[in-house]
Design a protein around this ligand. Structure first.
Ligand code: BGP
Length: 479
């Protein structure tokens, strides 16, 4: 690559989510979330792991943020646990809950770390699920906006970057199609699309409300973008790519960026009787919000291959690899439309996630051409087994190789015209990997705990020192 100078204000950082790091699940007045309940169902998570203690960030956030400062991080993306602030999802506020997040933000600012807040990273207050079925009811839209506005009023003078919803596509697919996330429903396609419509409206109303209060604020959603490659130039496979993109990628990104659903995908759903009910006023609202968002948040992990799938072909109900035994996941698809075989050109992680650094450049270029929006890479990282040696070292050269290759591709994308504001690795410390327990590690900082527990001591991995140099050199020193 020709030499490329990263902008001086580029935000190098890392990301986390409340349920995966905080622990303190019932401490200081926090209410339960759907995840607190779901993990108790036998067989749902690897070895029955929960986030009850997680990596105890709630009690150790000062230590964690001091480590971020030592590393030189410019931004820290974290999420707010809605039920820590509103134990019942609405109504009475838990003062200790909001204080925790005020302290967290202040601690970041103390070291010059720009806080980036995700309002929703999957931990819906259980009370709202019980009251009206959570996202299945349009009642949630105003409850979400009220919660979001409360947080905004308290933190807006200190926080510039806001992410409304994390990976709407993933938590709704896993929650309503494959049943492996809460609320654990299987193949409820009609609910799936309606639920998504409610989430879009909650996102849109939040964007409009924030921008009305402060037009300078930067706001968008974070999408789990898996760019697709057609298996080959067989026209049937090329068509499967188009349909995959409309149904699995543009379905979300077009709404965030344009305020409209992809037309051919909508028509397909109408014919099947599973399209969401959408009013003209709602479309107006989605369009208004789309004109106000500042960036596309992208969580990038892997690309997808698409191939034609017969009507009696494979469905969405996949077997997921949650054990780290390579090759234990299965191909999924949408009968009559597409299936997603593995990519013979690429290797995979122990959890069968395809490793494709170039896909990140592809994602950035697609977003830039299609939406002409700045990009925040809000997650990118490698889940791997790490081995602690001599109590104090972890040689995670595989993580360095992975991240370095992705950063290079991001920089190439920037040199080719993409405007990227931030790059957040997933994650800073090791944390709970929703269904995969604690053995699937992502951090620069090792946390001494496994599925059964541990001391929770923090140990810097080799990648910690590597990322420190990357940031110090503003991306020049990647090896
Ligand atoms: C994203 C989520 C994160 C994180 C990451 C890694 O989908 O936004 O919360 O968990 O993926 O996934 P996993 O923990 O399943 O390996």
């Amino acid at each position: 690559m020709e030499s490329f100078n990263m902008p001086d204000d580029f935000l190098w950082g890392s990301a986390s989510a409340a349920y995966q790091i905080e622990g303190a699940h019932d401490v200081d007045g926090k209410g339960a979330s759907v995840w607190d309940e779901f993990v108790k169902i036998p067989g749902k998570t690897f070895k029955g792991t929960t986030g009850e203690v997680a990596v105890d960030h709630y009690h150790r956030f000062k230590e964690d943020i001091a480590l971020m400062a030592e590393l030189g991080m410019k931004t820290y993306r974290f999420s707010i646990a809605w039920s820590r602030v509103f134990p019942n999802g609405k109504g009475d506020v838990n003062p200790l809950g909001i204080h925790f997040y005020e302290d967290l933000v202040d601690e970041c600012l103390k070291y010059g770390i720009e806080p980036m807040i995700t309002l929703y990273h999957w931990d819906l207050p259980l009370a709202l699920e019980k009251a009206y079925g959570g996202w299945e009811s349009p009642q949630i839209i105003d409850d979400f906006v009220a919660y979001a506005l409360f947080i905004f009023e308290h933190l807006r003078s200190k926080v510039k970057y806001w992410i409304t919803i994390n990976e709407q596509n993933i938590f709704t697919s896993l929650g309503w199609l494959t049943g492996i996330h809460p609320p654990g429903k299987i193949d409820e396609q009609k609910s799936f699309y309606q639920v998504n419509h409610h989430i879009f409206l909650a996102h849109a109303k939040t964007v409009m409300a924030f921008k009305k209060i402060d037009p300078e604020v930067k706001i968008g959603a974070s999408f789990a973008y898996s760019p697709s490659y057609a298996m080959d130039c067989d026209p049937e496979n090329a068509m499967s790519k188009m349909d995959f993109d409309n149904l699995r990628n543009y379905w979300w990104m077009d709404v965030y960026a344009y305020g409209r659903y992809p037309k051919t995908a909508f028509s397909y759903l109408e014919k099947k009787g599973i399209a969401p009910v959408v009013t003209t006023d709602e479309i107006e609202m989605l369009k208004r919000a789309a004109s106000l968002i500042d960036f596309m948040g992208v969580n990038y992990y892997q690309t997808t291959v698409t191939e034609a799938n017969p009507l009696d072909g494979v469905g969405p109900n996949i077997k997921m690899n949650t054990t780290g035994k390579k090759g234990s996941s299965s191909v999924s698809g949408l009968p009559g439309i597409y299936k997603t075989p593995s990519n013979p050109y690429l290797s995979t992680t122990d959890w069968d996630w395809t490793i494709d650094p170039l896909g990140l450049r592809y994602a950035c270029k697609e977003i830039t051409s299609r939406y002409n929006l700045p990009i925040i890479i809000s997650e990118n990282g490698l889940g791997a087994f790490d081995t602690l040696q001599d109590e104090k070292t972890i040689h995670d050269d595989y993580r360095i190789t992975y991240l370095s290759a992705h950063i290079q591709e991001m920089m190439k994308a920037m040199s080719e015209g993409c405007e990227v504001w931030a790059y957040c690795t997933w994650s800073f410390t090791d944390l709970l990997s929703w269904l995969n327990g604690y053995q699937k590690r992502y951090g620069f900082v090792y946390v001494d705990r496994d599925e059964a527990g541990g001391s929770l001591d923090r140990v810097k991995k080799d990648s910690f020192y590597w990322y420190q140099k990357v940031i110090q050199s503003n991306g020049k020193n990647l090896m």
